[in-house]
Design a protein around this ligand. Structure first.
Ligand code: FE2
Ligand code: FE2
Length: 315
């Protein structure tokens, strides 16, 4: 972490945008100080009527996932080996990353509130639950596992926001499409950053980095909202319905999981990493074989058909 922190301090602004000129939720939302405000809301509600049930459900699940940002920030601050210096590379990155991410939930939440499609109270209860319940993603406080997880996860959110953007466009909601588009491009930048930091770890400690990657893939990368629930349900009971809807729409599928895995293998040039200890070699070979195995499983998976009535959706 000492090695990485120095590097992060030097490079973080290549991966984060200057705050003054970065997009803000207000750039994409009706301006409440103008006389057009109420007409703008009416227009949003008219267009939002055209969004499919599954798309609204997925968008709500995505929003709740973004809104659980306190969980991710507090987890990141617990990583072992960091300098614990507020101005050090790690803590500074965590703050700046969080500050960018915070716009995602903010924007989507305001859109959903204005859309008229959502039972906001139900959604808010789910959000409070998700933050209170936290998550268990199998990284512990290990920095290597942490960088593998964040690299994977930022790529996954890039895909899902991008897909929601194109589905929203298809359903006639160009504003929502734009919103998800700008969020997706943030996620892509963050993915690049985490992949770069992890690449530096592969340079200096290839065997342990490889073992960490193998371990995370053996455990499978769980989504950060895997504890998602609704009023009256147990922890995690809503999550499966949310991922079913995402799979049905093709917003995030088992094939995407394999594609992300492949991308990481390529970006970190796993195949050509030599000078590994025995466990490291085994880990590399396991990882190189994994995409084909996972793809065979993914191809056999059936698209879930069961329609589920989420308490979040109005009417
Ligand atoms: Fe995000
Ligand atoms: Fe993200």
């Amino acid at each position: 972490m000492q090695h990485i922190e120095k590097y992060m301090l030097e490079r973080m602004h290549d991966y984060l945008k200057p705050i003054d000129t970065n997009w803000q939720p207000q750039d994409l939302l009706p301006d409440a100080t103008t006389p057009e405000f109420f007409d703008d809301i009416k227009a949003i509600q008219e267009t939002a009527k055209g969004l499919s049930y599954d798309l609204v459900a997925v968008l709500i699940g995505d929003t709740i996932t973004e809104e659980a940002l306190p969980t991710y920030e507090s987890w990141l601050t617990m990583v072992d080996g960091q300098s614990k210096d507020e101005e050090g590379g790690w803590m500074k990155w965590v703050r700046f990353w969080t500050a960018e991410e915070n716009r995602h939930g903010d924007l989507l939440n305001k859109y959903l509130y204005l859309s008229g499609r959502v039972d906001m109270r139900q959604m808010e209860v789910s959000t409070q639950y998700l933050i209170a319940d936290g998550f268990d993603i199998g990284t512990g406080h290990d920095p290597y596992r942490n960088f593998v997880y964040t690299s994977f996860q930022e790529l996954a959110t890039n895909i899902s926001h991008r897909r929601v953007a194109s589905l929203a466009k298809k359903d006639g909601d160009t504003l929502l499409s734009k919103m998800c588009g700008v969020i997706a491009s943030d996620e892509a930048r963050h993915a690049k950053a985490y992949k770069d930091f992890m690449a530096r770890i592969f340079e200096v400690d290839p065997s342990e980095a490889m073992i960490a990657f193998e371990d995370m893939m053996k455990k499978k990368i769980v989504m950060p909202a895997h504890f998602l629930r609704e009023v009256g349900l147990n922890i995690g009971q809503t999550f499966g319905h949310f991922t079913d809807a995402a799979q049905r729409l093709g917003v995030y599928t088992a094939v995407d999981y394999v594609e992300i895995m492949k991308q990481l293998l390529e970006d970190w040039q796993i195949e050509s990493i030599k000078e590994l200890n025995e466990a490291g070699e085994k880990a590399r070979d396991y990882l190189m074989r994994l995409p084909d195995r996972l793809l065979r499983v993914a191809e056999r998976m059936k698209t879930p058909e069961l329609e589920y009535k989420f308490s979040w959706i109005a009417g």
